[in-house]
Ligand binder design. Structure first.
Ligand SMILES: Cc1cc2nc3c(=O)[nH]c(=O)nc-3n(C[C@H](O)[C@H](O)[C@H](O)COP(=O)(O)O)c2cc1C
Length: 167
């Protein structure tokens, strides 16, 4: 609960490295997400090459923080792995949220940067990372050691959005 309530989007990072062990643990958390029929229709591209990270904002207008981040992880959906057609988006969103919470719980900072369903961003990542046509880039999460602090737990609890037994 502490990690859920204190997580915020972090878009500024120090120059310090993120270790391979940390990256592995973050990916383990992502792959622990629930998925429809446990189909796990995801792939993850770890981007740690500075030249590649710097090119992401060329086709994604809201991703400038990739130029500061130590790494970025691209979550991709692979509909060919689906047993339950059409659920890959929810599955990848669950994996992305697990990943984000794990980043925060490890004392790192990250932000969910949306890719799917924007066609130019999907195509941009496919070209940049040589991703096969049938795989859909879903979200990219730049990760680094936080160089900004945000107040924890903005109160988003909203009684008007809760309905009991009927609308
Ligand atoms: C589907 C989705 C797409 C998002 N895309 C971007 C983005 O392109 N660039 C960005 O800086 N933040 C992006 N965000 C982060 C949101 O702006 C952020 O989560 C929201 O403002 C709430 O702030 P918080 O994460 O600090 O609680 C995205 C978040 C989601 C869930």
């Amino acid at each position: 609960m502490q990690a859920l309530f204190s997580r915020r989007s972090i878009r500024k990072y120090t120059h310090d490295a993120v270790s391979d062990a940390e990256i592995k643990e973050i990916l383990e958390a992502a792959m622990s997400a629930p998925s429809a029929g446990n189909q796990q229709p995801w792939h993850f591209v770890v981007i740690n090459d500075r030249k590649i990270l710097d090119r992401i904002p060329e086709f994604h207008p809201h991703s400038l923080m990739c130029r500061e981040a130590h790494i970025a992880i691209l979550v991709c959906g692979d509909p060919s792995l689906e047993k339950h057609v059409g659920y890959w988006v929810q599955d990848c969103a669950a994996a992305t949220q697990n990943l984000l919470v794990a980043v925060h719980a490890k004392g790192l900072g990250g932000v969910w940067v949306g890719v799917y369903p924007r066609e130019e961003r999907i195509v941009g990542f496919r070209k940049l990372l040589n991703i096969p046509e049938h795989v859909v880039p879903f979200a990219v999460i730049p990760v680094g050691r936080p160089a900004e602090q945000k107040p924890p737990r903005p109160d988003r609890y909203n009684e008007t959005r809760i309905h009991t037994n009927a609308w």
